[in-house]
Design a protein. Structure first.
Length: 198
């Protein structure tokens, strides 16, 4: 079994006095601000968002609900966790039932950098602008706290995400490669995506 190298991009944004549009959700969707009682719901939404994606090859915790719960717990327990940059998006149906469909978390790293974590939208809710709205809501939270700059990391082959981040002003600061043991059952397309060929 060999090793595959996944190309990862660190994208940065200076907040300063930057002005962003107000985050707007489509009709029927609602913001759920961070509350410890929502921890499991964030974890389940994260799992649903990433479990079938390429990132689950890179970060095994995304493959299982328990791994996402461990990750969410670790994030929320950090002293530098930022509740104001952590949001869940819910959908309310006409019959009164609800569904969680998108999640984002924020922490502050050394040097005062806001680190945007795990921008996840459940597949059946994509294409409605939820990812953009999540990012704007997260950035607004950081700005209210006076965090001067933020960054996030993304797999280079995730072109829709890269385009979204660039459209909000994020700029490339560093390219890295993450080594993952090759899965013999993975398709040739996965190997190409890892190297950034497609």
């Amino acid at each position: 079994m060999g090793t595959i190298y996944f190309k990862r991009l660190r994208l940065e944004l200076e907040l300063g006095r930057s002005q962003f549009p107000q985050p707007v959700l489509p009709t029927g969707f609602e913001w759920l601000p961070w509350d410890p009682s929502l921890l499991t719901r964030h974890a389940v939404t994260k799992h649903e968002s990433f479990r079938t994606e390429l990132d689950a090859r890179i970060f095994p915790c995304f493959r299982e609900a328990a791994g996402c719960l461990d990750l969410m717990s670790e994030i929320a327990q950090r002293a530098t966790f930022v509740p104001e940059a952590t949001w869940l998006v819910g959908c309310r149906f006409p019959d009164g039932t609800t569904d969680d469909c998108a999640t984002i978390q924020g922490i502050v790293q050394s040097g005062g950098w806001g680190a945007i974590q795990n921008v996840g939208v459940v597949p059946e809710y994509r294409g409605r602008g939820l990812g953009r709205a999540l990012l704007l809501k997260c950035l607004s939270g950081y700005q209210k706290l006076g965090v001067p700059r933020v960054y996030l990391e993304v797999t280079a082959s995730n072109l829709p995400a890269v385009q979204l981040y660039r459209s909000l002003g994020f700029c490339l600061s560093r390219t890295t490669y993450r080594a993952v043991e090759e899965d013999p059952t993975a398709s040739a397309e996965v190997s190409q995506l890892a190297s950034g060929i497609v």
